[in-house]
Design a protein around this ligand. Structure first.
Ligand SMILES: C[S@@+](CC[C@H](N)C(=O)[O-])C[C@H]1O[C@@H](n2cnc3c(N)ncnc32)[C@H](O)[C@@H]1O
Length: 378
């Protein structure tokens, strides 16, 4: 007796609705209706230490594949541009596409406040699974989805057609929006951005909204819905969600060469480098030093700006910590100053953070627009 996908789909929908009692039942019904097994393709990656191991549907059997499909899990489908289907052994590097965990897709849609009849642009089609959920809820005629990678865009189109959905699909850089099918009532991104692309503002109807995760090169992340006012300025507050999506491709981190500690100016730190392990603390650090990438070592942290060769690294020093800074950018000074400001206002969680954004200037603030604030990179 084989597993029944319909039963598994309903169980997943119930699991998500039980974990989030406030979820609109229409999203639960959408999860119960969309056959996720049609979106995963013939293979996906499973993490194996630092590498990614392809798992094939025909090797593990139909039941195990269905169990994977209907777990509330993200399945990585592409690593460093290599599809799981084409991999014949372990692959190392960062994921570049995935089938996002269903609970996160519906959470993103819930934050976006999407309602039937609204016209939405989704950035990051991926496997097409989240697109199908949007079609199920809003009607295919109201959904436009854009994917950067042509191979993924083609497979998503096939997945969606096989499941009976017919949204408008495009292939290209969604950071430019999708002008040929604008205007939209809402734009939602299933990849994260370092800054809100100007085109998104210009392709929204009045009162439209942008829902995205704002992330950066320290991979700190916050989810936000910005609503445009009459002047076209977006306003919003970050949610409590400790979630992230992979960075939009043109916003990805530059490759980093092997790290060598370089001697530099040494001093005691004024804050614990361990604050960078805190969700909001790391977010603040990223706001203050947006060009820096973060590595944690067993004994401290390393900040690196590859464009200038600047680096800062911390180490235990007696009952505190010391930092060495090398190169033109004082990365630790930037981060430390911001962490002290954040601590001065009580080290709040991300729900106390908000954003005021136009195509030309985007500020993230704590408490109110007059509070401690940082400009996002443009
Ligand atoms: C987390 S995956 C999306 C998951 C997808 N929504 C799903 O449920 O299967 C992120 C996707 O965004 C795509 N992407 C990254 N940057 C993009 C960009 N600038 N424009 C459009 N798509 C982009 C990636 O190729 C990847 O497929």
């Amino acid at each position: 007796m084989h597993l029944d996908p319909v039963t598994l789909r309903h169980a997943l929908a119930e699991e998500i609705a039980t974990a989030r009692q406030s979820l609109d039942p229409a999203w639960r019904d959408a999860v119960a209706a969309v056959p996720r097994e049609l979106f995963l393709g013939p293979a996906a990656f499973r993490a194996a230490g630092a590498d990614w191991l392809p798992v094939r549907r025909d090797e593990i059997g139909a039941d195990e594949w269905l169990r994977m499909t209907y777990a509330d899990r993200t399945w990585v489908t592409q690593v460093e541009g290599k599809d799981a289907t084409d991999a014949d052994g372990p692959v190392s590097g960062s994921p570049t596409s995935s089938a996002t965990l269903p609970s996160l897709v519906v959470r993103t849609a819930e934050v976006a406040g999407l309602r039937p009849g609204q016209r939405v642009l989704e950035v990051g089609t991926g496997t097409g699974y989240s697109t199908a959920l949007l079609c199920q809820r809003l009607g295919s005629g109201n959904v436009v989805s854009i994917e950067y990678d042509p191979g993924l865009a083609a497979s998503a189109a096939a997945h969606l057609a096989s499941a009976g959905y017919a949204p408008t699909l495009a292939c290209g850089d969604g950071l430019r929006g999708c002008p040929e099918h604008a205007d939209y009532d809402a734009i939602i991104a299933t990849c994260s951005v370092r800054t809100i692309p100007p085109s998104w503002f210009w392709q929204l109807n009045g009162g439209g909204s942008i829902t995205t995760t704002v992330s950066g090169w320290m991979l700190a992340s916050g989810m936000i819905r910005l609503v445009l006012d009459d002047e076209g300025t977006g306003h919003g507050r970050f949610t409590e969600d400790t979630v992230t999506y992979m960075l939009a491709r043109p916003h990805e981190r530059p490759p980093t060469p092997v790290f060598f500690r370089l001697e530099g100016d040494r001093r005691r730190t004024r804050v614990d480098p361990g604050l960078l392990e805190n969700w909001a603390g790391r977010f603040v650090a990223q706001l203050a030093a947006p060009s820096a990438q973060l590595m944690t070592t067993g004994s401290g942290v390393v900040l690196r700006d590859v464009a200038t060769g600047s680096q800062a690294w911390t180490e235990p020093d007696g009952d505190g910590w010391a930092v060495q800074q090398h190169g033109p950018l004082p990365l630790w000074d930037q981060v430390e100053r911001a962490l002290l400001l954040w601590q001065d206002v009580g080290a709040p969680a991300l729900t106390e953070f908000g954003m005021t954004a136009t195509p030309f200037e985007q500020m993230v603030w704590i408490g109110s627009p007059e509070g401690p604030r940082w400009r996002l990179p443009v």
